[in-house]
Design a protein around this ligand. Sequence first.
Ligand SMILES: Cc1cc2nc3c(=O)[nH]c(=O)nc-3n(C[C@H](O)[C@H](O)[C@H](O)COP(=O)(O)OP(=O)(O)OC[C@H]3O[C@@H](n4cnc5c(N)ncnc54)[C@H](O)[C@@H]3O)c2cc1C
Ligand SMILES: NC(=O)c1ccc[n+]([C@@H]2O[C@H](COP(=O)([O-])OP(=O)(O)OC[C@H]3O[C@@H](n4cnc5c(N)ncnc54)[C@H](OP(=O)(O)O)[C@@H]3O)[C@@H](O)[C@H]2O)c1
Length: 492
Amino acid sequence: MGSKIAVIGAGVTGLVTLKNLLEESFDVTAFEGRHAIGGLWKYTSDGGILSVLEMTISNKSRFEVSYTDFPYPEGSPIFPSGAEVQNYLESYAYNFDLLPHIQLQMKVLKVVRNHDDTKWTLHLRDRNGPETTDDFDKVAFCSGEWGRPKMPVSVSLFKGELIHAQQFKKPSKFKGKAVVVLGIGNNAADIATALVGHASKIYLAHRDGRPGDLAITRRVLDFRYTLNAISPIASEGFFNMVIQSLTKRASMCHQPTVSDNLCSHLEDGSIISKHNVKKFVGQNTITFTDSTTAEIDALICCTGFTRDFTLIPELRTTERDAWSEKPKSDGQPLPRLYQNIFPPSRSDSIAFLNNFNFSTGYMLIADLASMALAQVWKGNSQLPSVGEMNQQIDAHHAWLTKLVERETVHSDFVQEESWLRWCHDAAGTGINENLGYRLAGWGFWARERKLSGLLMGGVETPFAIRFFDGKRKKWAGARQAIIDVNKEVSRL
Ligand SMILES: Cc1cc2nc3c(=O)[nH]c(=O)nc-3n(C[C@H](O)[C@H](O)[C@H](O)COP(=O)(O)OP(=O)(O)OC[C@H]3O[C@@H](n4cnc5c(N)ncnc54)[C@H](O)[C@@H]3O)c2cc1C
Ligand SMILES: NC(=O)c1ccc[n+]([C@@H]2O[C@H](COP(=O)([O-])OP(=O)(O)OC[C@H]3O[C@@H](n4cnc5c(N)ncnc54)[C@H](OP(=O)(O)O)[C@@H]3O)[C@@H](O)[C@H]2O)c1
């Protein structure tokens, strides 16, 4: 039996971290403050707790929102509902026998070093009991990215009903009311569309979010028409470039906002698009930045969340940094974490698995990152020296700080390609070695034409991560699962 490890949280990240650490023979216990596993996918009507809505549909398809060795049941919808994702998570926990290792309704209050500085002491409280403590060699934080609801300062002047998206649970509560939904992320889209048929007026106020077709100007069209007359193939290539440049810009720093019916509701006027909120006048009047006004009863701020590192006082960063000075940042100093996971001075015993993000399915990256963590803590993959880790952190912070000069960026945003490459190397997935256009990639192509074709040109499936020989455990079902998922997608 390896070191004794505590995992904090049993949502998407906590479950897979627990599983990947158990797989490497560590002695692991997960502590979950709620009464159920699943984290935010378990719907609750408690406005103090973040959860999906009853009507939430995953914004990523199940081909992406899946762990690396556990397909959804046959016949599942392509975009699963929140309840279906929760069922999937419960089946995953049952299938890998995780439940005996999870203590529910056990909140971690803080994590500190013990008296002789050899272990981490967790201060715990179960639902009714007194505070207790327990010592662990290592701690993995899987307590969620969405620590604290973020409210714009100016909204405190509003005299009507004011809530954050986290508190929004049922649209019927807004029956007959005029409501402003502030923001244009996925929460704003979900909440604004949920209000249709309930609220008397719905304004969606935002400071960004241009329809893609606004990028097509007369000049672009003229050029395309001319090119089309000369070479339709070149014209199509040019048009794809324009669309791709839009996609790149949209997905560079933000999760794309995906909604089945937001656009149709905007078109039929049941949701009215507005500029950002400028000020509040009197009891109910709101002025937007284009100087139009509206009489409203309620304001729902879908303005995102800020990270929370308060559980471990030793690693709390309080000093202002260049990032926090930028107007478009979240105003909080960036955490100093190598690969957004390891605090350099405590990398052998502390890991944060709630601080990386880019536009891809969360289950996949949580699975991959926790595989990498398991191999690092097992000693199969090495981290660089503390000095080198600090250098990488400085470079990453400088990159983020430059990015945030241009547009708002979440503080956990990572450089996708290098971050994934590091994770694959540390986890030992064999992906870096066997796929691509280097010699080994051609070797795999020569040996396995069909699989190579599917992995390079087919669905970018999480199951690929368990296919090759390597350090982390392989999944015997990976080959068939890769073939099956490609077959299914080709029929769509
Ligand atoms: C409303 C919403 C919808 C989303 N939809 C999608 C989607 O469609 N597709 C997608 O890929 N991603 C989506 N995401 C991103 C989402 O964050 C991830 O899919 C994923 O659920 C994150 O899982 P997690 O385990 O990191 O965090 P959470 O699900 O937040 O789980 C963290 C767990 O830790 C527990 N915890 C926290 N602190 C403590 C403590 N001190 N002691 C004990 N337990 C603690 C919490 O109770 C919780 O159960 C969505 C996010 C939000 C906010
Ligand atoms: N159905 C789903 O799958 C689903 C549903 C909900 C949430 N999610 C996920 O959950 C995560 C959180 O989503 P979220 O929508 O809560 O947060 P988010 O993605 O951070 O979006 C926040 C929105 O609020 C705006 N905003 C922030 N501060 C503002 C201010 N002071 N004034 C005006 N506007 C402001 C932002 O605009 P700027 O861009 O200009 O900063 C952005 O439009 C995301 O990863 C999302 O994809 C998924």
